[in-house]
Design a protein around this ligand. Structure first.
Ligand code: MN
Length: 730
């Protein structure tokens, strides 16, 4: 049995009090002077017996943890059952005590609270997300039952965070992460600033130890300097406030490390670039005096524009009220000042705990309570519809973290959206198909423009049409990244479809000049092969490149029908039969024709040296075939359509191997091949290797003469990255 004493606590206790319980009892007596503390002593004795064989990792008796949790709560001035439940919060989980037993000994109120805390539990999950979701669900359900459960849990977590150094570094990180993800936001949401800040600072200490110690050192270093500064400001301010007959007290408050850290992150600054490590708080007696005090502050120091916030007229959703302003203080350094009443101060520190129903003075009516914590109820209700814990988590997280609106589908399921979100955001939140086919929206039964900002509680109905599609100007007002991604993806796709169509048409037009239909080359060895040779994944991408001017359609056609097979267009077909013999670029001489449009028969593939003849087609130029080609036999009756053709030996081409050495980069080979194609030179063979970040490209090309080769080599040297181009002499 624990050592006991019989200190007289003003007759609040009729049984002997163990010494270690005294601080707790004294603290409770301060705010509940007339209540019996017998139950607290009973709970303590019961818990210390139950945990008597257990020690904390720190080596302390386990009951010390229970006492510390109860003391944190007593500082929030909670009621007696909450204190008892805090003392008993681990007995069911750790000692195998049953709820029935607890209920028999301490009544149902205490046992329900303990049960709630136990349910939130400590079980392990495989992934962080799972753990988070499950914990959060339990917390929310417990909160819905009795908000005191979550306040006990917060105090429990706070003490565990205060003693986290006894855990392994891994566990420290895990627990701190959980705390930052779940518990600190809950504390914030419930307005319990005191717990929120301490949790966040502790999380920073374990998650970013180097940053934490950096801030710690800087704050310590500047302490004296800051203190002098603050004393000076307080002196000036209190004189002026007194002159204006404003009753007030002024505090210099060191900023929380976590908020300094956030400032460093947000402003991308180093700790030594953050000047305002301290802020000033003016606490006065009435709302009216808050505004009066603000006037005094702004007369004394020049306010920084855009930094004034009136949370008195517009309280935060967690009930927080204050005036915030930042002024150019002494030495022209920015100085943050908060102005609030005593009551507002209490709420800022204790949040919902300050609204203790048992507490005198401040009372929340049912409507007020609903207004403040209605989100919680809505969440619970929505939870009944969705069985997806992740969905639930998303809903909750948004609610806890930031300024979001909460809107409903006509069937009552909830969608969370950022403030300013529109029906378009909502439509995409429901389903991407709904978003993509959205044409209009009804909010609370009324038709509204799609750019209308939604409010919490709105019931939104989206009107869709199967043939509708997203409009580009939606991008100017939507707020969610989900909608943005889906819309831009759609628009890009639509644009791509358009480009493919255009590119395909261009290539088809170019092919038409040589009387070939695009379907003839839409085989794997046709356009697809060219696309891959040029470094595109497929024909569609090649068409896009054509449409956007990166590759010319002519280049593609030249690649499809290179060398001897190539046909050049010419509008002036078959001029006169007496015209001088001319050389065509295709390496054939056509009697009496200058620059005719010619094509080589795909049936017989004539090559230089073959005996050939020309056949004048109707509107498709001259078709050249081997003498004796079967496919033109039926047309040979019409002698007027036969024309004499010979090979032009003056333009013989020679295969020349060259080697290009270049700094490797994406698209290098393509640029080289494009350049060669622009010279109308055929490539027989191309191979690129990479070694030591350098590309070694071997290419064999068809060359007419030395001048052409020199020109080409000179131009290849202009391609970015090319170091050297040499002709390989075999
Ligand atoms: Mn505990």
């Amino acid at each position: 049995m624990d050592p006991t004493s019989d200190i007289n606590l003003n007759n609040n206790i009729s049984i002997k009090v163990p010494t270690e319980l005294e601080p707790l009892l004294k603290c409770i007596k301060n705010y509940l002077p007339n209540e019996s503390l017998d139950e607290v002593v009973k709970a303590f004795l019961f818990a210390s017996r139950a945990h008597s064989k257990m020690k904390r990792l720190s080596g302390e008796p386990y009951i010390q943890h229970c006492l510390s949790v109860a003391l944190i709560l007593a500082e929030l001035e909670v009621d007696i059952p909450t204190i008892c439940a805090a003392l008993l919060h681990d007995v069911v989980e750790d000692t195998g005590m049953t709820h029935e037993e607890l209920e028999r000994k301490f009544g149902s109120e205490v046992s329900i609270l303990v049960e709630g805390v136990t349910k939130i539990g400590k079980q392990q999950f495989d992934t962080r997300e799972e753990r988070e979701v499950e914990n959060m669900r339990k917390i929310i359900l417990a909160m819905a039952q009795d908000i005191r459960v979550i306040i006990i849990k917060l105090a429990d977590r706070l003490h565990n965070m205060r003693t986290l150094q006894y855990h392994s570094p891994e566990k420290q990180k895990r627990i701190a992460t959980d705390t930052l993800d779940i518990y600190a936001p809950i504390a914030h949401r419930l307005g319990i600033g005191r717990i929120k800040w301490e949790l966040e600072d502790l999380c920073l200490r374990f998650l970013k130890p180097d940053v934490y110690s950096q801030i710690h050192q800087m704050v310590a270093k500047k302490r004296r300097e800051r203190e002098e500064y603050i004393v000076q400001v307080i002196k000036v301010l209190s004189e002026k406030l007194a002159e204006s007959k404003i009753k007030s007290r002024i505090e210099g408050r060191p900023k929380h490390f976590y908020s300094i850290y956030q400032k460093m992150l947000n402003q991308n600054r180093d700790i030594d670039e953050i000047y305002d490590l301290t802020a000033i708080r003016i606490i006065t007696d009435s709302k009216r005096n808050c505004y009066e005090a603000l006037g005094v502050v702004h007369t004394l120091y020049k306010p920084i524009l855009g930094r004034f916030k009136d949370y008195i007229a517009m309280p935060k959703s967690n009930m927080y009220q204050s005036l915030h302003t930042t002024v150019w203080g002494v030495n022209n350094e920015p100085l943050e000042i908060q102005i609030r009443t005593d009551e507002m101060h209490l709420i800022a520190e204790e949040g919902i705990a300050a609204h203790w129903l048992y507490k005198e003075g401040i009372h929340l009516s049912k409507e007020q309570y609903d207004k403040r914590f209605g989100w919680l109820r809505q969440l619970i209700e929505s939870q009944e519809e969705t069985n997806d814990p992740k969905e639930f988590m998303r809903n909750l997280k948004i609610e806890l973290f930031s300024d979001e609106v909460f809107v409903f589908t006509p069937k009552g399921s909830v969608k969370e959206l950022p403030v300013g979100a529109t029906p378009v955001d909502f439509a995409f939140a429901v389903h991407s198909e709904v978003g993509l086919r959205c044409t209009g929206a009804k909010v609370n039964g009324k038709l509204v423009p799609l750019r209308t900002a939604l409010n919490t509680g709105d019931i939104v109905e989206i009107i869709t049409n199967k043939s509708a599609k997203p409009s580009r100007d939606w991008l100017s007002y939507i707020k969610t990244s989900r909608a943005r991604n889906k819309i831009t993806h759609f628009l890009k796709q639509e644009e791509a479809t358009e480009l493919i169509k255009t590119g395909r048409e261009e290539v088809a037009r170019e092919l038409k000049q040589i009387h070939i239909g695009i379907q003839e080359v839409s085989k794997p060895d046709g356009l697809v092969k060219i696309a891959i040779d040029l470094g595109f994944p497929g024909a569609d991408e090649l068409f896009i490149a054509v449409a956007s001017g990166k590759v010319s359609a002519k280049n593609i056609v030249n690649r499809l029908f290179p060398s001897k097979d190539k046909i050049i267009k010419n509008e002036n077909l078959l001029t006169s039969s007496t015209a001088p013999i001319s050389h065509s670029q295709e390496g054939v001489i056509i009697q009496g024709v200058s620059d005719a449009l010619v094509r080589f028969g795909r049936c017989c593939h004539p090559v230089p040296g073959d005996p050939i003849g020309g056949f004048i087609t109707r509107g498709r130029g001259i078709s050249i075939h081997k003498i004796g080609c079967q496919s033109i036999k039926p047309f040979l009756q019409d002698k007027s359509r036969i024309i004499k053709v010979t090979w032009d030996n003056t333009q013989e081409k020679y295969p020349v191997p060259i080697r290009i050495i270049a700094h490797d980069r994406p698209g290098l080979l393509r640029d080289v091949l494009d350049l060669i194609a622009s010279f109308d030179i055929n490539v027989y063979y191309a191979k690129a290797e990479q070694a030591n970040k350098k590309a070694n490209i071997h290419i064999t090309i068809d060359i007419i003469n030395n001048k052409q080769l020199d020109d080409l080599i000179k131009n290849l040297g202009n391609i970015t990255g090319v170091i050297e181009t040499v002709r390989i002499n075999k």
